[in-house]
Design a protein around this ligand. Sequence first.
Ligand code: ATP
Ligand code: MG
Length: 576
Amino acid sequence: MRATQLLLPTVKEDPAGAESISHKLMVRAGLVRQLAAGIYVYLPAGWRVMQKIAAIIREEMNGIGCQEILMPVLNPAEIWQQSGRWSAIGDELFRLKDRKGTDMALAMTHEEVVTWLAAREVHSYKQLPQLWYHIQTKERDEARPKSGVLRTREFIMKDSYSLDASHEALQESYARHIGAYDRIFARCGVDCMMVEGDSGMMGGSVSHEYMAYAEAGEDEIVVCAECGYAANVETALAGPDRLAPASETQAAPIDITVDEVLPTPEAKTIEQVAALLGLPARAFIKALVVTVEAGGETPAGAAMVLLRGDHDLSELKLRTALGAPFRMATPDEVLAAQGIEPGYVGPLPTSLPVFADEVLRRGHYVAGANQPGHHRSGVSLAMMPQAAFFDLRTARATDPCPKCDGDLTGARVIEVGNIFQLGTKYSQPMGALFLDEAGKEQPIVMGSYGIGLARIAAAAIEQHHDAAGIVWPTSLAPFDVHLVLVRASDEVQAALAEQLYAELAASGFEVLFDDRDISPGIKFKDADLIGCPAQVVVGKRATEGLVELKPRASGERRDVATADIIMALGEVLDRT
Ligand code: ATP
Ligand code: MG
């Protein structure tokens, strides 16, 4: 490709409001442009990167016997109603009506279409297992599209689906995907960790997330170096506390095992009350009132959630404990449910159902006294037979490992892939049944497996860049070689550059030829910004038949005779 003919609009300035490195560099290197919030155009260089990612994914999917198909973005609402997700999913699902007034949805994932297809085309155990995938556009009305291409409202996903005759057979399909995913991320040069996941809206029980290390990541994981336990903090099991409750150890200014109502005027938050009473946050119980939505296992209405003062609620764990969706109660709802405004809410007394974190089984605490301006010490949940205990808190990087004696460490990550054992969650309601060996009808056992292509590109940039720009892993780079003609007006240089451009292309290299008649400084800056793995600079020493070779990663320039350039490039690009 000649730069003079290529749409490669590099820019000096970071885009307004961009925080992540990948967002800044993808815009500056001329890879993408934002059309609207969370909606992007891929420019030629950006699209080349996406196609390289797609090619790697395709090879690895085909390699495990997964068959490529193409399913539509536009879906009839009917299949989403059959699966239950038409009502289970809220505003994230784009909904529309066709000209006849029929409800339609824009697919955010394709379990419904796959199950519809399986219900029609798979009838016997003899046809199983089946593995199907496509690489295609997804639409999601994300609440907060941000960070460039990391969280967009339209994005390209590779989603694959496994159909099996039994739960045991599903394990084999799942394991094959794990193998393929490990190879995909390694080939893309993205350093990843597979962690236990939350099955969220996909349903099912077992799931894993592929997390790429990056400061720009929205997710946080904890990892145990000792036993290898790794999980998203939202779902990570909370390990046992190595310290005894504050009430058993604290030489505190007040004895918090004693039941006493303490005046705490103006102090509402844990921090404020802790400072006022001279106690650590772990000496407190934080009482939250939530509004449980209808349709789940816990009856709709208000419920009280209790956590230790220094812990944070994991909304996912609470949702699982409730078996129902919920939201935080408004101040008016809190007042109506508990007779007190937020800030002084406590468990003693309450008529609400109580969901308490495990750690609160033991010890005495200070909690809201259910009186304005007062807290109460000596609160022990042993006094509350109606309290149900669950692991409800968000794990922390400072926690002990829940599985061994080791310590956890934390890391910020980007979720690049997600795999789920769906079981019969979709096949059952949608009637995707097969006849087993005994001639008995059974629901197909399914799995689903996603990878976001743009997140791989962005994670690769987050992990491979320097102050000058992107340092692409060779496998993802938009071009192998950035051929820079220093002076387009110099006939010798121009002739040699043209000759090399032709030769390199003939040898199978993808070459970006900067033949622009502009200042060399701009060309060098652009070459570093765009980040192709090898730069070949045709400058003054063209008269001697010498060019300069600069691997982008090391930055070490050296002169190479034109006769040797193909071999030297082969080494830089690891093609020997
Ligand atoms: P997240 O928790 O980040 O919203 P998710 O759990 O909703 O992700 P899945 O539904 O499992 O994601 O989708 C599979 C893959 O698709 C994700 O691992 C991610 O790589 C990608 N993906 C999901 N949502 C987006 C988005 N809004 N923009 C870009 N890629 C996305
Ligand atoms: Mg999501």
